[in-house]
Design a protein around this ligand. Structure first.
Ligand code: ZN
Length: 192
């Protein structure tokens, strides 16, 4: 950030008294502009045909990762709950009518300052259609998931957990809540 959102004075980076981290501080009005992780929230819309579960994926019409596949998800808005965000994003991106179930995965992505949450969901009908942020929306069986073309690691992790749990559920087991941390992948020139 460059300017104070309260008084438009250029901000400075400094460690405020009683703090341990650098913050953007306004030297004019004294406002400390805290920056905290954002929540990205989505669902895993499932549809069962002849005992085989399919999952609804969206092909992204926006950057980052244009043209790659994702579960419907997006940034949580103020004044909504996490489950409302999951429902809203699924409607906006996939035009899908769902019944939302319990929270299924929580993934920390500290290097991009995000926390991703995915809820399990059941599609109520097949009247889905691509929203403005999707090129295409389609159902995939596990064997047809385009693993090489999944937009984000949080989505591929969630899909893998989902299909693993599904096999347990079909044997009388239960879905679990999965928590996982994703750290920045090492690039060839990175030092250990
Ligand atoms: Zn200010």
């Amino acid at each position: 950030m460059k300017f104070c959102s309260e008084c438009a004075t250029p901000v400075v980076l400094m460690i405020p008294a009683d703090d341990t981290r650098e913050r953007h501080v306004c030297p004019n009005c004294g406002t400390i502009h805290y920056q905290n992780p954002k929540m990205v929230i989505g669902s895993i819309p499932a549809w069962e045909v002849d005992g085989e579960v399919q999952v609804l994926l969206c092909k992204r019409a926006i950057e980052p990762r244009y043209g790659y596949w994702t579960l419907p998800a997006g940034f949580m808005e103020n004044n909504e709950t996490t489950s409302q965000a999951a429902q809203r994003e699924t409607e906006e991106e996939a035009g899908a009518n769902i019944a939302l179930h319990e929270l299924f995965s929580i993934l920390n992505v500290p290097h991009v300052h995000q926390v991703h949450l995915f809820y399990r969901a059941t599609l109520l009908d097949l009247d889905y259609k691509a929203g403005t942020e999707s090129l295409e929306v389609a159902l995939f069986k596990e064997k047809d998931i385009p693993w090489e073309d999944i937009a984000f690691p949080t989505v591929s992790h969630t899909l893998r957990y989902f299909f693993e749990d599904l096999k347990q559920v079909q044997k009388g087991g239960h879905y679990q809540l999965h928590a996982h941390d994703i750290f920045k992948p090492m690039r060839p020139n990175d030092k250990n």
